[in-house]
Design a protein around this ligand. Structure first.
Ligand code: GTP
Ligand code: MG
Length: 320
């Protein structure tokens, strides 16, 4: 695609052309280098949307909740985009199809945009693709961009880091979930949601979370205290409170200036990821897989060492 076409695509996306948006998102998903100039331009135009990450264990009710969130946000005249990311399922996976069906009653609304994505490459690739898709949606004037992802591992954390506000969804009788919470999800949560509050044990789950939060020594007195919201996503109850909590979190980030720090953290990790990608691309083209494999074998056999191998690679790609 030439520069004129790219800029035409940007203009159409910012003017609310849905077909142009779908085309751009396809380009992004296919990893087309063609999309880069458009994304560069869109980045400078964007930065208006509230990006919300929703994560939590499989089957916690995230998709149901996200659908309800979108509904409440629409009632408040917000334009909503949903990106459903599934890092584990193949491209036409059942979960994704299920999400499509669940969310389809929103699909007729021109102020709602829903996109399902699954991994066709690395998790790092998925995280950067998600960020770029969010960038396109932001430039297309969606007020709220909700990213749903399954699980509580490193991969999901990386994906939802593109968000300004992160909702961690748990359910009563978590047990194992508490372990996951300890393993890192606790730090990333801005709002906790105890979904399926129609089941027994919701109050206890909320109390356990409250204790965990109170034990978190890293949060100072002026830091944000993640609220715990109980919801029954299937019936929509508690969802308005969740929307309120998210709006309060955004207001907090703006008032304290922490929104700048979050933006910088994202920019830093994005630049690092791009640098790594670019470096590895050059290693691939200039050093080549055969020489790289030989170097690795030499180091493993102790005929060489990692430092010498790295020096040689850097010299070969033109970095002394
Ligand atoms: N009892 C009860 N069931 C719920 C509630 N919310 C969702 N469910 C059910 O829980 C099941 C899983 O819901 P999903 O929304 O697909 O959960 P999810 O977290 O998106 O699932 P994955 O994306 O597959 O990880 C479905 O059968 C829902 O109908 C709720 O508030 N109460
Ligand atoms: Mg889901």
């Amino acid at each position: 695609m030439n520069a004129d076409l790219t800029m035409d695509l940007v203009a159409r996306v910012t003017n609310g052309d849905r077909r142009a948006l779908a085309r751009l998102i396809s380009l992004i998903e296919n990893g087309a280098p063609d999309a880069r100039p458009a994304l560069a331009a869109l980045h400078r135009l964007g930065g208006h949307a509230h990006v919300i990450g929703v994560t939590g264990s499989p089957g916690a009710g995230k998709s149901t909740l996200v659908t309800q969130l979108a509904r409440v946000l629409r009632q408040r005249c917000q334009r909503v985009a949903i990106i459903a990311v599934d890092p584990t399922s193949p491209f036409t996976g059942g979960a994704i199809l299920g999400d499509r069906i669940r969310m389809q009653d929103l699909a007729g609304d021109s102020n709602v945009y829903i996109r399902s994505m699954a991994s066709r490459g690395s998790v790092g690739g998925l995280a950067s693709t998600t960020r770029d898709v969010a960038r396109a949606l932001d430039a297309a004037h969606f007020d709220q961009i909700i990213i749903e992802t399954v699980g509580a591992g490193q991969a999901e954390v990386e994906i939802v880091r593109a968000a300004q506000s992160i909702v961690v969804v748990t359910v009563p009788g978590m047990g194992d979930d508490i372990q996951a919470l300890k393993a890192g999800i606790l730090e990333i949560a801005d709002v906790f949601c105890v979904n399926k509050a129609d089941r027994p044990g919701a109050d206890q789950a909320a109390a356990e979370l409250r204790i965990l939060l109170s034990l978190d020594a890293q949060r100072g007195p002026n830091d944000w205290r993640p609220p715990i919201v109980k919801t029954v996503a299937m019936q929509g109850s508690g969802v308005a409170e969740l929307v309120d909590a998210l709006a309060e979190h955004l207001a907090f980030l703006r008032q304290t200036g922490q929104i700048v720090a979050r933006g910088e953290r994202q920019a830093r990790s994005e630049i690092q990821a791009l640098l790594y990608q670019e470096l590895m691309r050059r290693v691939d083209t200039r050093v080549g897989p055969d020489r790289l494999a030989a170097l690795i074998a030499e180091v493993a056999a102790r005929g060489s060492d990692p430092y010498a191998a790295t020096d040689e690679i850097l010299r070969t790609i033109g970095l002394p």
